[in-house]
Design a protein around this ligand. Sequence first.
Ligand SMILES: [Zn+2]
Length: 271
Amino acid sequence: MNIEEIIFDSPLYTRWKRNVEIEEDREVKIYNLDYLISSFKSRVDRYCTKCGKHRIFAADQNVFDVTNIRNIHYPEKIEDKPSFFKSFRCSSDPDHKILYSFIVEGDEVIKISEFPSKYESVKDTFNDYKKVLEKEKITELSKASQLESFGYAIASLLYYRRIFEGIILKTFSESAIENKITEEEFRHKRMNEKIEYIADFLPEYFKENAHMYGVLSKGVHELEEDECRKYLPIVKTIIFFSLDEAVEKRNKEIRKAEMTKKLAEANSKLK
Ligand SMILES: [Zn+2]
């Protein structure tokens, strides 16, 4: 169990068992997850939306069991549920904060809010992809991450699947394959067959995660929220990995073109 991931990366409304077994000095001890979250003190490298770049964030002092706000008109209806905030401050300016809140409900802990939103935190990084993705796909990427941060795993996976398919199709049309089939024929293949067909032109990571293509091929009505939640991180990693690779490749081409131009200029001066 990775506390940093639970705090920062998990979608809203995810539920975890409150009791956590941790091995300490060869002895298994039981901790409350709410305690582990509120006492998490590691410094973390995160994107600061105010600075517009990655910064080191440090956790604030615990504010555990914040006051329950009571409505004087319905005093009996509001239960005492321990909720708590976890906040972090940017190393370059203490006013730049990242804030999360959790609630303990029975034997579960639920993440109930985050600020800034996951979308705000990733939005700027999408700008880099403008060079390799059409505007429409950038919008889909934003929608996918927004839906994911609200806990809508199926809806989010559908958007990521579209982007994923776009990458696969682009790879197909740009690859030099002998006796290449038509795009129409390629489109009719199942996801795992498509991957297989262009395997030589894909990063290793695609092949290592072949087990998830079945899920990506499923129809909307067959998808389960839990299953989608499980596969989302893998699909995302593959997408961002491929996009980063494409950006890198493009930047290299641009640099190469610039160098060629400079060389030509230098040569012409020599003559
Ligand atoms: Zn900052």
